[in-house]
Design a protein. Structure first.
Length: 220
């Protein structure tokens, strides 16, 4: 396991808010050589949902199109912030780390081998998949909601529509710790990297009790 490597998923909902520039600056300042960013889909994936609703094409095609939407968002993020670079695969991510850069993963617009590809698999689960591939020790999900709980079960989060339904199975590998930070908590990011338990821990066991969620909207 890469104990000092993190995967950070920036929710697509940050596109419309005021905190995205703060997160990009924090990632560039603290993440060189140790952070890989997974972009959400934001308005790019929303357009896929709208198009599928109009033309009724299949989920597999919609999934591939949404991944291309993530790639568009990622290209935008990398261009907005010096120090962030696009990375199409694991080798490119590791090259960026060696160059003391922050790679932004650009997912392929193809079906992921061995995975059912539909709307149950969004950027939340893709971030968990990448964290496992990179053997990262931590996965951080940045969401435009506040969760008033120290711990919350991943299945409860899926039931409330905060994460996708596939995240629980992909987090089954207990070696990767998962936490959620709200969009306005960008100033806590450096503390999180240094081991301070900030935000909400995502567990894989039932019985954690319900969490109070503000505006539980899910964005790819």
């Amino acid at each position: 396991m890469n104990l000092n490597k993190w995967v950070v998923k920036l929710g697509g909902s940050l596109f419309a808010g005021e905190f995205l520039p703060h997160w990009l600056a924090a990632l560039a300042e603290h993440g060189a050589g140790r952070i890989a960013v997974v972009p959400g889909g934001g308005p790019f994936a929303d357009q896929v949902r709208a198009a599928q609703g109009r033309w009724r094409f299949g989920d597999a095609a919609a999934h591939r199109m949404a991944m291309l939407g993530m790639a568009q968002y990622g290209m935008m993020l990398s261009d907005l912030q010096p120090g962030l670079v696009v990375a199409a695969d694991e080798d490119a991510i590791r090259r960026a780390w060696r160059a003391r850069q922050v790679p932004v993963w650009i997912p392929p617009g193809t079906t992921m081998r061995g995975m059912r590809c539909d709307w149950s698999l969004t950027s939340d689960s893709l971030a968990a998949w990448l964290a496992a591939r990179l053997r990262a020790s931590h996965l951080l999900l940045v969401k435009s909601i506040r969760i008033d709980a120290i711990k919350v079960n991943s299945q409860e989060l899926a039931r409330r529509g905060v994460v996708d339904s596939r995240l629980a199975e992909l987090l089954n590998d207990k070696r990767c710790m998962c936490r959620i930070l709200a969009a306005h908590d960008y100033d806590l990011f450096a503390a999180a990297l240094n081991g301070t338990p900030v935000g909400t821990a995502v567990t894989h066991h039932p019985g954690q009790g319900p969490a109070r969620l503000n505006d539980p909207l899910k964005h790819l």
